[in-house]
Design a protein around this ligand. Structure first.
Ligand SMILES: *Cc1c(COP(=O)(O)O)cnc(C)c1O
Length: 462
């Protein structure tokens, strides 16, 4: 299994190389040269299997010879052992034909644990074998960073630096990043937005001297291994509702387009997905682009669903690559145009995108109203991101096809917004109830590449 860059100018890599590299050297993102297709009888055979067993069968063809079957089974077992629910990703029914896929039972209460816990174990296994060390640098709007720190803390061969936008993450998110005491963990509060943090991380990857000097590795949602890990729960949930004998649809609260792109890969693998619905908050560039073809960022407006406050949606590049017939040159040109303001998706590419993705938007008042209404009609407390998904899903539901909305975070991760909407303050699960008492450790940094690189080199030399 080989991986190619969406911009067509970087070397082809193996799974292991693509995983350890993150961003391609031509600025592109790695995607599999070919998506393996699963036969219908193999999908049928997933019914009744554990989450871990489905994970093994779905991901195995993408790994090539990176790990033996036994090694990979061990990695998967370790990745999901810290989850607080035996099913890992349980389904809950909201209404006739509408289901919620709870992806918040991992150690940091958001779906990002599914990918990050796995990638932590994959890195550990690969680096132990080669005797190498890496420096992980990531940008976060809150949930990626806490998930990464939780997954990599205390590992021998890894230092982890996480840039989060100062003052723009929830207190629970911040504390999950600043309270781990392991010395290989470094939480950096950048003076800027998430898009600034993400841009500085990209800059570090494009500074080859720095990149090679500290052996930089990326675990942002651009890392292919993360997308792959998220493909699994599309299979477990669809099969639980009758796939492949009947089709299902998904609605996904979206920011960086990683989670929904995993659904697209599941579809390409043969899972009978009817529609993939992109749900955005008021930062609706993806909805605007899928509606009219125009991709022009116009500034982030902070919302109560901060993990979706994104205007430069990294993984969308992977969807564009396929929509443009896998022409790396065409994607590279769009990304150049983006640097000077924005781009237009060609009519043909837009039609291809629309054949797979529908979209909708949910504003702040609608988000709060949805939290309140679902509490009254189902007893469920939704986090604001999930509420965006539920609202948009309701607008796209069809009577004959079950709709699964991805519940991306636990309501207790965003207690202020949930309390304001529903009048109830969601408590943290007992296993993390002391989070508000633990000591915090954080380093403020300017939105400045040289300053950030200097800080990282200093920390590594200690
Ligand atoms: C990261 C995140 C999202 C958006 O996921 P993408 O993969 O960036 O589209 C949605 N909800 C929550 C709670 C998240 O943490």
């Amino acid at each position: 299994m080989k991986y190619v860059s969406t911009r067509g100018q970087a070397p082809e890599l193996s799974f292991e190389e693509a995983m350890l590299t993150g961003l391609a050297r031509d600025g592109g993102l790695y995607v599999p040269a070919e998506v393996p297709v699963m036969a219908a009888e193999d999908i049928v055979a997933l019914a009744g299997q554990s989450y871990e067993e489905v994970a093994f069968r779905v991901m195995r063809p993408f790994l090539g010879d990176t790990f033996t079957d036994d090694e990979f089974r061990d990695i998967i077992a370790r990745a999901y052992s810290g989850f607080g629910h035996a099913a890992r990703a349980p389904l809950v029914q909201l209404d006739q034909g509408h289901f919620l896929l709870e992806l918040f039972h991992g150690p940091t209460l958001a779906f990002k644990d599914f990918a990050m816990q796995l990638i932590g174990q994959l890195f550990e296994a690969a680096l132990k074998r080669s005797g190498q060390r890496v420096t992980i640098v990531g940008a976060t709007s809150g949930d990626t960073g806490s998930a990464a720190i939780e997954a990599f803390k205390g590992l021998d061969a890894v230092d982890v630096f996480i840039l989060f936008p100062h003052g723009r993450v929830s207190e629970v998110q911040r504390r999950q990043m600043t309270t781990p005491s392991e010395s290989n963990v470094h939480a950096l509060a950048i003076d800027g937005h998430f898009d600034d943090a993400q841009a500085r991380v990209k800059d570090m990857f494009n500074d080859f001297e720095f990149r090679d000097g500290v052996r930089l590795a990326g675990v942002n949602s651009i890392n292919w291994a993360r997308v792959l890990a998220q493909v699994v729960y599309y299979f477990t949930s669809a099969v639980a509702l009758g796939a492949p004998h009947r089709k299902v649809s998904f609605t996904v609260p979206t920011g960086n387009f990683g989670d929904i792109f995993a659904g697209y890969i599941a579809k390409r693998m043969g899972l009978p997905i009817d529609r993939l619905v992109v749900a955005t908050n008021q930062n609706d560039i993806l909805h605007r682009c899928l509606s009219a073809g125009d991709y022009t960022p116009d500034g982030v407006i902070p919302s109560i669903s901060p993990s979706m406050d994104i205007q430069v949606s990294s993984n969308f590049e992977r969807a564009l690559f396929d929509a443009y017939g896998r022409e790396g040159g065409a994607v590279a040109q769009l990304m150049d145009e983006l640097k000077s303001g924005g781009f237009h998706v060609s009519q043909g590419a837009l039609e291809t995108l629309r054949a797979h993705f529908e979209s909708g938007r949910c504003d702040e008042d609608e988000t709060r109203a949805t939290i309140k209404r679902l509490r009254a009609t189902t007893g469920e407390l939704l986090c604001p991101h999930t509420a965006v998904g539920v609202k948009v899903a309701e607008e796209h539901i069809r009577p004959d096809v079950p709709m699964i909305t991805l519940a991306t975070a636990h309501p207790a991760k965003f207690p202020d917004a949930v309390e304001e909407a529903a009048g109830i303050r969601p408590p943290l699960p007992p296993r993390m109830a002391d989070l508000y008492e633990r000591d915090e450790r954080v380093t403020p940094v300017a939105n400045d590449l040289a300053a950030i690189e200097t800080l990282i080199k200093e920390r590594l030399s200690k």
